[in-house]
Design a protein around this ligand. Structure first.
Ligand SMILES: [Zn+2]
Ligand SMILES: [Zn+2]
Length: 382
């Protein structure tokens, strides 16, 4: 059975504040507590579920991991797959998905896979950006405004008022970690008192309440290289939330989604465009002009006798390719348009055309097809 969404379990919105989470949890915990529902297995399970949800969501880092990866974030024994982004994930920051995974999980899985990730590291942020196909082709320099947190100026990010020195944490004696036994395993967790910092502040800075960071919207310039795809992820290292009391900042991830285009369909580096062509042009031949992704026009010669579905390739008129000077191709697909609303004269001309020759010559496809259909009917009669 699929696991229920943690936010749903607690009946809160995804962006719920820590306070709201706590309130929602307390209310539900009171309601479903086993002491209040003796012998009720369903209530007991419900209590376990909401407790689990709250355990995850009350922790900033676990919550960030859950928001990004869902329940997969906490499943053990592999099976982890980076979600979203249909194949088109490029990481310009150099770190792959495995790195992100380690960074986030090293902290609280206690495994110290990266030799002890820094305690109090700021959260990673996600910013969704829509780009047009033209922008994806050309690349884009733009700026984004991101609600984030920055180091507190009053205490220079230390969290300590007036610069008083922090004291050694009494819970973990300065180690920043506490040991807990779970079944057969003893695992280390970041100390809940000092959040893994090993130190506590006796006189917290007022503006930041001792966290060393304050909420602020920041403006960042973003460079989107030519050739990005739907789902491309751009990492701006260190541009996420400020860390706790001067710890390293998180990263900002820009997730790109491509807006649909009026005329063009993109398939990798190639662009497809269906172009209706008047029946006379298709029959007699001629030239058409089509728009291209770079804002120019391209002339396409339509040979006499062009059929619907025929593709014309315009070499190197497709999309820019990421980190390459090459370009994809553009494909024009002809759609021959049958004339409608004929005038009396036009009607007569077409009648005359019809009488003037044999279908066998001017429309070999249809003539051949109907000849075969006739054979089929003959065969069925016997
Ligand atoms: Zn401060
Ligand atoms: Zn501690």
């Amino acid at each position: 059975m699929a696991k229920k969404d943690f936010y749903e379990l607690l009946g809160v919105a995804k962006g719920a504040s820590a306070d709201d989470l706590k309130k929602a949890y307390r209310k539900l915990a009171m309601q479903w507590h086993p002491d209040k529902n003796p012998g009720d297995k369903a209530a007991e399970q419900k209590f376990k579920d909401i407790s689990e949800a709250y355990e995850i969501l009350k922790d900033d880092q676990k919550r960030a991991a859950y928001d990004r990866f869902g329940h997969a974030a906490f499943e053990q024994g592999g099976g982890f797959r980076p979600g979203g982004g249909a194949g088109g994930a490029h990481d310009f920051g150099g770190a792959g998905f495995a790195d992100i995974f380690d960074e986030m999980f090293g902290d609280f899985m206690g495994a110290g896979r990266r030799g002890g990730a820094q305690p109090g590291r700021g959260q990673d942020l996600r910013y969704n950006m829509d780009v047009s196909l033209e922008e994806a082709h050309k690349g884009l320099n733009t700026s984004v405004r991101v609600p984030s947190s920055v180091p507190c100026e009053a205490c220079k990010g230390t969290g300590s008022a007036g610069g008083s020195a922090p004291a050694t944490c009494q819970t973990c004696h300065g180690h920043g970690k506490v040991r807990a036994t779970q079944g057969f395993f003893t695992i280390e967790r970041p100390c809940p008192t000092c959040h893994g910092m090993g130190k506590v502040i006796s006189d917290p800075c007022k503006p930041c309440q001792g966290s060393g960071r304050v909420r602020k919207e920041k403006t960042l310039s973003v460079n989107i290289p030519p050739g990005v795809e739907d789902g491309t992820r751009i990492r701006l290292a260190g541009e996420g939330e400020a860390g706790l009391r001067g710890a390293a900042a998180g990263d900002l991830y820009i997730f790109l989604s491509l807006k649909p285009h009026r005329f063009f369909q993109r398939d990798g580096a190639n662009i497809y465009c269906r172009v209706p062509i008047p029946m006379t042009t298709a029959a007699l031949g001629g030239q058409i002009e089509v728009p291209t992704i770079d804002g120019n026009r391209a002339k396409v010669t339509i040979p006499a006798g062009t059929q619907t579905g025929h593709q014309f390739r315009l070499k190197a008129k497709g999309m820019a390719i990421l980190k390459s000077p090459a370009r994809g191709d553009m494909f024009i697909q002809a759609m021959v348009e049958t004339p409608v609303k004929l005038s009396k004269k036009q009607h007569e001309l077409l009648k005359e055309f019809e009488k003037s020759g044999s279908d066998k010559d001017t429309s070999p496809e249809s003539a051949g097809f109907f000849a075969k259909v006739k054979e089929l009917w003959e065969d069925l009669k016997e």
